[in-house]
Design a protein. Sequence first.
Length: 129
Amino acid sequence: MKFKGLITSLLAVMLMASFMATPVVASAQTATQLKHRQKTKNDWRNLAYAGAGLGIYGALKHDNTLTFLGTAGAIYSATRYEQDRKSHSRMRRNRAAVFSRGYFYRNGKKYVRKTSYKNGRKYYYFKRA
């Protein structure tokens, strides 16, 4: 019986540690940060699945602690996943709005949108005119 309580406590600690260990993603838009943002979003989705599985396992074994922890973890992770998914889309919309412009002024200087091709892919950047 003590072994079952130890496993339950260990699972609870691991679940809470995974929530605290997930870093907050900055809003900068470099390629590596976008990949990290996508990975974080996927991690929240996977944690939601794991929490739901733990909740179902607890319900099947009639263990209220596992059921509660799994369900709470699944709800929290699903909420964070949805927040990350929506912010990711908003970031892409804002980036598209910036690069859809042909030019802009900053500090009295004009910057013009240019196009470059690397490895068959099209990239935009702004160069001071």
